[in-house]
Design a protein around this ligand. Structure first.
Ligand code: ZN
Length: 254
């Protein structure tokens, strides 16, 4: 595939958050104008796994509830658009979404409904495009969301409010936009990224996540063995609020 009339790019295939170069090749885009490759931001993915209308609405609503923007929607070309003139949300969340539209990255959203590999959401692959002509570079990340996992969440109202689609999306965005990872995350510590997301929880008057990895309990049930994963959240007092889910149905947290 080599179209001489197109701009040529160098593409590196990247896996996960570790920039592991597994492929270095020249490619061409058949029609660069249908998708401005060097425009940063958040957009719907392409192909069969792209978000449907209900999923796009869920993402827009989830981000709206954290940022307090006056509106968020996906335009007809798939880009997330927002009107940022309200101040009722978390400033940290607002700045994070703002910054996703600057710099040198595109975050494409994909649905991984009922996937055992994706627990709530993950960033799995990305590509770095570099214009051979101008040297401009942009990294394309894939944010995969398993919307069905959110249906398995149970627990205290406060904890569920502190661990929903919006927080999961912001967690993944933080990895990319702030380059903050789950370092130091354990069963007793939230780790760097969850600490950052805790600022947003604090802004919104929600309890803070106490640890990164969920506690898992094995329970014998009529249907067989069930593994329940649980995360706890708290305000400054000792009282803990829990959210829990069926670990086998949702998949492993990584
Ligand atoms: Zn993470």
């Amino acid at each position: 595939m080599f179209n001489r009339r197109s701009i040529f790019f160098y593409m590196r295939q990247v896996t996960g958050l570790i920039f592991l170069t597994v492929l270095l090749t020249n490619i061409s885009l058949s029609s660069p104008t249908d998708y401005s490759v060097f425009e940063p931001g958040i957009r719907n993915g392409r192909g069969r796994a792209q978000l449907n209308a209900t999923q796009k609405n869920a993402v827009a609503k989830a981000l709206l509830s954290k940022t307090g923007f006056s509106s968020i929607h996906f335009d007809e070309t798939g880009w997330l658009r927002f009107a940022p003139n309200l101040g009722s949300g978390s400033e940290t969340a607002q700045q994070l979404v703002f910054d996703a539209f600057r710099g040198q990255q595109v975050i494409e959203l994909y649905s991984r409904e009922r996937s055992s590999e994706v627990a709530f959401a993950r960033m799995i692959t990305s590509q770095i495009f570099e214009s051979g002509r101008t040297g401009a570079q942009i990294t394309i990340y894939h944010l995969e969301i398993d919307f069905s996992d959110f249906g398995y969440l149970n627990g205290d109202r406060e904890a569920r409010a502190a661990f929903d689609l919006g927080f999961i999306l912001l967690h993944e965005l933080t990895h990319i936009i702030r380059q903050i990872y789950d370092n130091n995350g354990s069963q007793t510590s939230p780790g760097d990224c969850a600490d950052y997301i805790n600022r947003i929880r604090q802004d919104l008057g929600l309890p803070l996540r106490n640890h990164y990895f969920p506690e898992t309990r094995k329970l014998a049930r009529d249907v067989g063995t069930v593994y329940i994963a649980r995360l706890s959240f708290s305000y400054s007092s000792k009282k803990r609020y829990s959210v829990f889910w069926d670990a086998l149905k949702v998949g492993n947290i990584k």
